[in-house]
Design a protein around this ligand. Structure first.
Ligand SMILES: Cc1cc2nc3c(=O)[nH]c(=O)nc-3n(C[C@H](O)[C@H](O)[C@H](O)COP(=O)(O)OP(=O)(O)OC[C@H]3O[C@@H](n4cnc5c(N)ncnc54)[C@H](O)[C@@H]3O)c2cc1C
Length: 429
């Protein structure tokens, strides 16, 4: 079996394949350098983590930070870090992307061959298998090819040439800095917060993550907004790989947003972020019509991409691998196993894609009058945007809408516990 791509989905697929008893597994990873040096932060929902821990894909040895609350902050004259118009639960564990990848990579058994600097240029389905054409001129044939090669997947191109990632119309500006560089880290920014600064036309979410290699703590921030037309960025052209460079024009636009809308504390935090630790990431979405066709299979971002507001990109990739592994173990007939995988996972991919679009509309493209909202209005707005189901990922083994796919991370109409305290004015001012 060949796995194209050796990031989160590729490493998890290699683990799944080895556990399913695949004889020969080769991972082709285009990058020649160290992947672990390139990522920033991501967050995994507590319940989804627990399922994947039970399934052997994650464990407590992977350094993480526990998060709990998500205050939605607007600028005011009086409060340096802003005023929370509402607070939603945020039961997520945050990770340093590099450490998570490295831990997954280290779990792949020796018998799996993981090749770096090995780019696949084309996939050609052929009978009961497929051939990989490699950038070094080689060609290799396998009985099964797994596409874990991200949003511009060559495996998907061989299955569904028209299923291209579509630009959603806005960007994420991202950055990290060591927690020690924050202006008074603890008072304005409690450790378990995923602070969300909101403004007309966007928001910025900020939370702590483990430092590189699990040493120390970093702060990870992601600011979402629509870039100015003058940026003339061709993010809508699927044939061109988008640049991640935060150009002078984009930084200047980010600074204008911060001057106009940001509480001092958060503006200062962004200004303290080293320029080399900042980059931009365009928002894309796409879901392949099916996740399996013939002897080709897709998982992770190659299969479907959801905007990061869903908090589920890495979870979906890991779940895809877990379900593929279960399907391969449950039938000796490859066609039956792949059909079962597709039937379970393609609906999840479509549901998360839709959720990402809805949350993008609500939080970036059609933002509400934030400053006029209170706790109840924030809860109602969140439910209306679809945040009540699938935020942080759907339950492993469920299909969207199933009884087991219970909503999580969502306040109830009659709040209790923490939310009650917030409404009663006890938690944050
Ligand atoms: C270096 C890196 C850093 C990231 N950092 C973050 C982060 O900080 N926060 C976050 O939320 N998400 C991050 N992501 C994205 C996140 O990993 C994914 O959205 C999600 O986990 C799904 O992962 P994936 O494995 O499906 O896709 P991806 O992570 O995009 O991985 C695709 C992999 O396939 C390889 N590849 C692509 N085409 C070919 C080809 N033709 N031949 C061979 N190999 C190929 C790529 O080099 C890449 O390693 C990062 C991805 C990468 C690659």
């Amino acid at each position: 079996m060949a796995i194209v791509g050796g990031s989160i989905a590729g490493c998890a697929a290699a683990l799944a394949a080895a556990r399913a008893g695949a004889d020969e597994v080769v991972v082709y990873e285009r990058a020649a350098g160290r992947l672990q040096d390139r990522g920033v932060g991501l967050a995994l929902h507590n319940d989804r983590y627990a399922e994947l821990e039970a399934d052997g894909y994650l464990d407590a040895g992977m350094p993480w930070v526990q998060l709990a609350h998500r205050p939605w902050l607007v600028r005011t004259e009086a409060e340096r870090a802003g005023r929370a118009v509402g607070v939603l639960p945020f039961p997520f564990r945050s990770y340093n992307w590099g450490s998570l990848w490295q831990e997954l990579r280290s779990r792949i058994p020796e018998a799996v061959e993981y090749r770096t600097g090995a780019a696949v240029t084309e996939v050609r389905p052929a009978g009961d298998g497929a051939s990989l054409l490699l950038a070094d001129g080689g060609e290799e044939r396998f009985d099964l090819v797994v596409g874990a090669d991200g949003y511009r997947s060559v495996v998907r191109a061989a299955m569904y040439p028209d299923a291209l990632a579509r630009y959603g119309g806005y960007l994420a500006w991202r950055g990290t800095l060591p927690v020690e560089q924050l202006p008074d880290p603890h008072e304005a920014f409690p450790e378990q917060d995923a602070a969300t600064v909101v403004f007309p036309g966007g928001h910025m979410i900020v939370y702590r993550i483990p430092g590189p290699g699990g040493v120390g703590t970093n702060v990870n921030w992601v600011l979402y907004a629509t870039p100015p037309p003058a940026a003339a960025l061709r993010f809508d052209d699927p044939s061109v790989a988008p640049s991640r460079t935060a150009t002078d024009l984009l930084i200047s636009f980010q600074n204008t947003l911060m001057e106009e809308h940001f509480p001092d504390y958060w503006r200062e935090m962004v200004h303290r972020t080293p320029r080399e630790e900042m980059f931009v990431q365009p928002m894309y979405d796409m879901a392949a019509p099916h996740f399996a066709r013939g002897r080709l299979v897709l998982l992770g971002d190659a299969a479907s991409i959801a905007r990061p507001h869903t908090g589920s990109g890495a979870i979906k990739a890991l779940q895809d691998a877990s379900v593929l592994g279960r399907a391969l173990r449950s039938s000796d007939d490859l066609a039956v196993a792949l059909h079962a995988y597709d039937a379970e996972r393609a609906p999840v991919g479509r549901a998360i894609l839709e959720l990402g679009r809805n949350l993008g509309r609500a939080q970036v493209q059609e933002t509400p009058a934030w400053a006029e909202m209170d706790q109840r209005a924030v809860e109602a707005w969140w439910q209306n945007a679809g945040g009540g189901t699938g935020f942080g990922g759907h339950a492993l083994g469920s299909r969207p809408g199933d009884a087991e796919d219970t909503p999580t991370a969502t306040p109830t109409a009659t709040p209790s516990g923490f939310l009650r305290e917030v409404i009663d004015g006890g938690v944050r001012e």
